[in-house]
Design a protein around this ligand. Structure first.
Ligand code: NDP
Length: 451
């Protein structure tokens, strides 16, 4: 075989599968992107010759480490931690940290790969990374979580830095965990720098960061509807998850006149046909962030709502859907069910919540479908703005940041339309996001030569 000769898509994917045995989530994420990029690169010799996609699909490095901590009963516990630094062609590595028993190297590699494209789409100078551990914060005391976070950062600190790699929160990592990790970083290095985002407002955090991912996913949804001269007023919305992204998505849907009827966690979903008011959403935030309870408790508080154990909410009739929990939570049959029930638009608040079959179902039905790497980029965008504020040692006002978030989501929507518009008038947002994100990273990589 001639070296650097054009390989076709199946051969490329065979190579990815061979080099990453058993890493199904990572292979799935690369497949989703590669389909569009191969098509785009068809007549672009340099991207082929310089092996750009092959290089983006090989993380710069995968750091794996042991995290030991002591539980409240004095037992020594051992967990595994990771940081996947995927690509820093356009800026310091950036991406969240996830604490969840389902975390594996494959999950973090898929998230770091996706993050590379997402961060490029924001227009801000940030590379792609992701980290985490199979540690389960659920049911742990605050002291146990603190000891774990301190131990995790005791290793991670040597691999991160304000100009090197700037982690943030993700599933299982909220304000409490970021606080413990930032405290430990500061203690070890004796430096007060913007090494993490999602920080508390008292110590360098940014206004709007907490809301940004959920709000951004709804702004993107509203932008898509606008292309059809439609809006969210009176629309019934089905949302999965009940964490940071889900609650803020629900809040913004309600603010824009829609009616949110579901929320879920890993044990089941609640259906509230009356819709969720701000008061109900605030109650869920308290339940999750302060009492650390389960979504099933909602039905004891709000009459008329029902709990559906072990089920996901996709069978509830709706106009729009926002999957905001986790990867592969919306499968082919769920997608068909949504369409059958009249759903016209889906905006992914979570990362890769729809599996490949589901994505095809949405595309074939030509409904409005926003992939996570575009729709949920508002969170990392405001993280980028937190980095800017930290570098300048200033704090911007909420309305300034709110407007920047709206502008950035408009910009991402515009990029997706630019590269995703098809001849028949349908906008393939997945293709648009993949190509727009790829192009920026690829062109930076071309400038650097073979490194
Ligand atoms: P949270 O930890 O705040 O909430 C996660 C929610 O998803 C919880 O309701 C949780 O339920 C549920 N969930 C988690 N794992 C599973 C599972 N395996 N099956 C079913 N439900 C599950 O996380 P976030 O809201 O921050 O993150 C949600 C999604 O959004 C993730 O995909 C994340 O990567 C993505 N995202 C988050 C950003 C952010 O700024 N936070 C930015 C961009 C993307 P339970 O409590 O039962 O586990």
């Amino acid at each position: 075989m001639v070296l650097n000769d054009h390989v076709d898509l199946p051969t490329f994917m065979q190579g990815v599968s061979k080099r990453n045995p058993g890493q199904t989530e990572f292979i799935q994420a690369v497949q989703e992107v590669a389909v569009d990029i191969f098509d785009f690169m068809e007549d672009k010799e340099r991207y082929h010759k310089e092996q750009i996609l092959r290089r983006i699909a090989e993380p710069d490095r995968v750091i794996s480490f042991r995290v030991c901590w002591e539980d409240d009963n004095g037992n020594v516990r051992v967990q595994r931690g990771w940081r996947v630094q995927n690509n820093n062609a356009i800026g310091p590595y950036k991406g969240g940290i996830r604490f969840h028993p389902s975390v594996t190297e494959s999950v973090l590699k898929f998230l770091a790969f996706e993050q590379t494209f997402k961060n490029a789409l924001t227009g801000l100078p940030m590379g792609g990374a992701k980290g985490g551990s199979n540690f389960n914060p659920k049911g742990k005391s605050d002291h146990e979580v603190m000891r774990f976070c301190q131990s995790f950062m005791t290793e991670l600190y040597r691999h991160v830095g304000a100009d090197v790699d700037v982690p943030a929160g993700d599933i299982g990592v909220g304000a409490r965990e970021i606080g413990y990790m930032f405290g430990q970083y500061k203690r070890i290095t004796n430096q007060f720098t913007g090494v993490l985002t999602g920080k508390g407002l008292e110590y360098g955090g940014s206004l709007i960061r907490t809301e940004a991912t959920g709000y951004g996913a709804v702004y993107f949804l509203a932008n898509m509807l606008k292309t059809k001269n439609d809006d969210l007023v009176g629309k019934v919305a089905v949302i999965s998850g009940s964490g940071n992204v889900a609650t803020h998505a629900a809040e913004k849907v309600a603010m824009l006149g829609g009616k949110v009827v579901t929320m879920s966690d890993s044990a089941g979903f609640i259906h509230d046909p009356d819709g969720m008011t701000q008061e109900k959403i605030d109650w869920i935030k308290q339940l999750k962030n302060v009492r650390r309870g389960r979504i099933s408790e909602y039905v004891n508080e709000f009459k008329g709502a029902t709990y559906h154990e072990g089920m996901r909410p996709w069978g509830v009739p709706c106009d729009v859907a926002l999957p905001c929990a986790t990867q592969n939570e919306l499968l082919g049959d769920d997608a068909r069910e949504l369409i059958k029930n009249g759903c016209i638009a889906v905006s992914e608040g979570a990362n890769m919540p729809t599996n490949l079959e589901g994505v095809h179902v949405f595309k074939d039905a030509k409904i409005l479908f926003a992939p996570g790497k575009a729709a949920n980029a508002g969170g990392v965008a405001v993280s980028g703005l937190e980095m800017s504020q930290n570098s300048g040692r200033i704090s911007w006002k909420a309305d300034q940041l709110q407007q920047l978030l709206v502008d950035i989501m408009d910009g991402i929507h515009g990029s997706c339309v630019e590269y995703g518009q098809t001849k028949g008038g349908y906008c393939d947002y997945v293709r648009g996001a993949n190509i727009a994100g790829f192009k920026k990273v690829a062109d930076a990589m071309l400038a650097f030569g073979v490194v």
